[in-house]
Design a protein around this ligand. Structure first.
Ligand code: PFF
Length: 452
């Protein structure tokens, strides 16, 4: 297939590696390092982890392929893509995605702000020589400061806007290529260190020995929702990135590579964090502060800890940035493609509005701590729950149904085989996307709602 067949008026990745790195950058983020370990801790480990991996394989990879296929075929933002392919009520799937991008980015910037604060603490050498008991208190005092959280949230959002302003190949692509490998490396160092610490064996047993009793419907929904969140699926982020990919790109290959990388980073983060939990007798179910309360203990003790802490939080912030830009990109692409806004205006205006929506999340641990929403959760945890456990899986379910049942085989296969010539696994993918993914998502939804 002629690689230059598509004459872009929109941006295009300058290389295939750039596309892989950008997609991996979108997938790997706070979801892997902040969220995966803490929800694993809350849901009892092993069984949750294995079900999560199962969801990645049975639901995540097929839907990632589907999103990229739709994106590259239509060369549009999520709303435009569904309108072009079918229109009518299906356009709502695109809308759901743009809304999800808006909502998720709002609190994503707050949590990323915590990471920026920790980067700043690391630079100041705060962790060095701290007593074990003092480390978790650093997090408590951060949460007690509304102003600090707002400040770092604003800084992080400004950085996101700045990169997205640079456009596809300049901003998004260049930002991604450099830091991913370094992040991998540092996580491996921390994981190996964890494994050889006194809590190492217990941590491994916790993470990989399933106790199926603990996998109730709530845990299943959380694991599945997190598979969507972690792989950036269900809201058109991979669709949007796919829309900038050239026709020679082997989509199944990219989807598989990205999913494997994403899962490895999450597992490495778990293997780095849980040995600390068990070595120092901390609670695995410590909640959203887990990573911030555990890793700095190690940084406070190891030789060269300050430097490693700086690198770790720098990379965490960077991983968060490569995800946040994809969230903003979904919203910006919609305003540019559908509403014909200038890219610059769309980026700045939407960045600002999303920042405003994030303010209650930033205040949710102190000023608004007594305002409870879903199941007694604060604002941040409530919209995280709503977006991750409901909106993304619903979006994913609809994307799977659309690809499996509405899009013609000729179209889907044709698009995939542009870059993956004679794709032997096409029937496998088609079976997964047509039957397995939608049925699994539906079962998990229904069992959570008590109907099943
Ligand atoms: N996948 C990102 C993470 O794990 O941190 C979060 C995310 C990015 C979710 C982009 C959804 C999305 F569209």
């Amino acid at each position: 297939m002629d690689k230059h067949h598509y004459k872009p008026k929109r941006g295009l990745w300058t290389s295939r590696l750039g596309f892989i790195m950008a997609s991996a950058g979108s997938a790997v983020g706070l979801g892997n390092i902040w969220k995966f370990p803490y929800i694993t801790g809350m849901h009892g480990g092993g069984a949750f982890v294995l079900f999560f991996i199962f969801c990645i394989v049975a639901v995540g990879v097929p839907i990632m392929i589907a999103e990229m296929v739709i994106g590259r075929h239509t060369r549009k933002d999520p709303v435009g893509a569904f309108r072009k392919l079918r229109g009518g009520p299906w356009t709502l799937v695109g809308w759901l995605g743009v809304t999800a991008g808006f909502v998720i980015l709002s609190y994503y910037c707050v949590v990323a702000g915590w990471a920026v604060d920790y980067l700043w603490l690391a630079v100041k050498g705060t962790f060095s020589g701290k007593h074990i008991q003092e480390v978790p208190e650093l997090f408590t005092s951060l949460l007690a400061s509304d102003l600090s959280q707002l400040f770092w949230q604003a800084v992080f959002m400004a950085a996101t806007v700045w990169i997205v302003l640079g456009g596809v190949s300049n901003g998004l692509e260049r930002a991604n290529k450099l830091m991913m490998p370094v992040l991998f490396l540092i996580l491996i160092v921390l994981a190996v260190r964890g494994l050889f610490s006194p809590g190492g064996p217990k941590a491994l047993a916790f993470l990989f020995t399933p106790d199926w009793q603990k996998l109730d419907a709530t845990a299943m929904l959380e694991a599945m929702g997190h598979a969507f969140f972690s792989l950036s699926l269900g809201m058109g982020a991979m669709l949007t990135y796919g829309s900038y990919a050239d026709e020679g790109t082997n989509i199944p290959n990219v989807a598989l590579t990205v999913s494997i990388m994403d899962t490895c980073v999450a597992l490495l983060a778990g293997i780095a964090i849980f040995p600390i939990v068990f070595t120092y007798g901390m609670a695995p179910a410590a909640g959203p502060g887990l990573v911030f309360k555990t890793l700095p203990i190690i940084f406070s003790q190891m030789p060269g800890g300050t430097l490693i802490a700086i690198m770790f939080f720098l990379l965490l912030v960077f991983a968060a940035l490569t995800s946040s830009i994809s969230l903003l990109e979904v919203v910006v692409a919609y305003y540019c493609d559908e509403k014909k806004w200038q890219r610059r205006n769309a980026t700045v205006v939407m960045g600002f509005l999303i920042f405003l929506l994030g303010v209650p999340s930033a205040l949710s641990n102190h000023l608004l701590a007594d305002v409870h929403f879903i199941g007694g959760r604060n604002f941040l945890d409530s919209i995280d729950l709503l977006a991750t456990n409901y909106i993304l899986p619903l979006g994913g379910l609809l994307i799977a149904i659309f690809t499996g049942w509405v899009m013609t085989t000729r179209l889907a296969r044709g698009e995939i085989e542009k870059g993956a010539v004679n794709f032997h696994y096409y029937p496998v993918w088609h079976f997964l996307i047509k039957y397995v993914s939608p049925v699994l998502v539906a079962i998990v939804f229904l069992s959570r709602s008590g109907l099943f």
